[in-house]
Design a protein around this ligand. Structure first.
Ligand code: PMP
Length: 333
């Protein structure tokens, strides 16, 4: 399948915004081209592609630089893909709930129909139901938010789904599995999203990435806002990535497992869904009341009971925060 044939005709024909600075190949010069103020610390527009960060990330991910686009969070990548491929009022996307809510929210914003094919009882993909639908984009999240598990059989969908497969790997760094990015070689319709907001601990910087075939990346770059990553964020992300301590993930995973053990001892906990992420989905006897009780004690968790009955999603915090959560939960009556 040629994914370029799926691009919206107006996007395929679009001439993107370009600046004189992109055309200029020198490194120094007198820049009187972009109506910036002539003096100041942040008076200049940043590199539109955030190339310095892009090159560090490409090396870390193990992809070519032209297979990468940086976004203002991976949320921006979710939206860009819909705008590149989804014809408003005509096309559909598929989501597999319970899953991350923004795929559907963006579909509403972009006026795309959202077809919901729920995960099966064990939170796995319902392959026959998915393949029975016709849609431009299929959103998969693995490891999945809020269930915490990895999805199986993604490759079957890559082989058979006649559209773009968007694989959201926001939580992949916590999991023992590797990214599926090596599948990009065989499946040009695959777009992977990752983020610096989770395991890299940089949610405040708002930086996420799309990894895909160079020709798809070129289309996404055509439609992104020209300077979507600020100068300060490019500088801070570069610094943080160069000094990043990967052992922080192991520590967090140990804390998660400790939190699971602690939760198991609580009489209000009915079931803990296995997690390979930095959060735990927990079925409680009275999730709504416990949620209100915790909030009343200034402990904020996420009530996911609308999607999975009687569940709270708990993000793993610091050891002290986790202990306080367990202690407070034990006081619930
Ligand atoms: N995907 C998933 C599955 C998420 O849980 C989140 C954030 N909660 C995002 C994407 C968005 O992340 P960001 O925009 O911070 O990169």
């Amino acid at each position: 399948m040629n994914p370029l044939a799926l691009i919206r005709p107006n996007i395929a024909q679009l001439t993107p915004y370009s600046s004189a600075r992109e055309e200029y190949t020198g490194t120094t010069g007198i820049f009187l081209d972009a109506n910036e103020f002539p003096e100041g610390k942040y008076n200049r527009y940043p590199d539109p592609e955030a190339k310095a960060v892009q090159s560090v990330l490409a090396a870390q991910i193990g992809c070519a630089e032209n297979q990468l686009i940086l976004g203002n969070g991976s949320d921006e990548i979710i939206d860009l893909v819909q705008r590149a491929f989804g014809i408003p009022g005509t096309d559909s996307i598929i989501v597999c709930p319970p899953t991350y809510g923004m795929y559907e929210v963006y579909a509403k914003i972009n006026n795309l129909e959202c077809i919901r094919i729920p995960l099966t009882g064990d939170f796995q993909l319902d392959i026959p139901q998915i393949l029975a639908q016709k849609a431009k984009i299929l959103y998969l999240c693995s490891p999945n938010n809020p269930t915490g598990n990895e999805l199986e059989n993604i490759e079957i969908l890559l082989q058979n789904f006649q559209g773009i497969v968007f694989l959201d790997e926001a939580y992949i760094d916590f999991s023992p599995s590797n990214s599926k990015n090596e599948l990009l070689q065989n499946y040009p319709n695959l777009i992977i999203a990752q983020t610096l907001s989770k395991a890299k601990g940089l949610a405040g910087l708002r930086m996420g990435m799309g990894i895909a075939h160079p020709e798809i990346i070129a289309v996404l770059k055509k439609i992104k806002p020209p300077y979507n990553i600020s100068q300060t964020n490019q500088e801070l992300a570069l610094q943080a990535l160069q000094n990043w301590d990967a052992t922080a993930i192991e520590t967090l995973v140990k804390e998660r497992d400790k939190l699971v053990e602690g939760l198991k001892k609580n009489p209000s906990v009915r079931r803990i869904f296995p997690s390979v992420t930095n959060f735990i989905l927990v079925e409680m006897t009275e999730a709504d009341r416990i949620y209100a009780f915790l909030t009343g004690r200034n402990l904020i968790v996420r009530n996911r009971s609308k999607d999975v009955p009687n569940t709270l999603r708990i993000t793993v915090g610091t050891p002290q925060e986790n202990e306080l959560l367990l202690k407070t939960l034990a006081e619930f009556q």
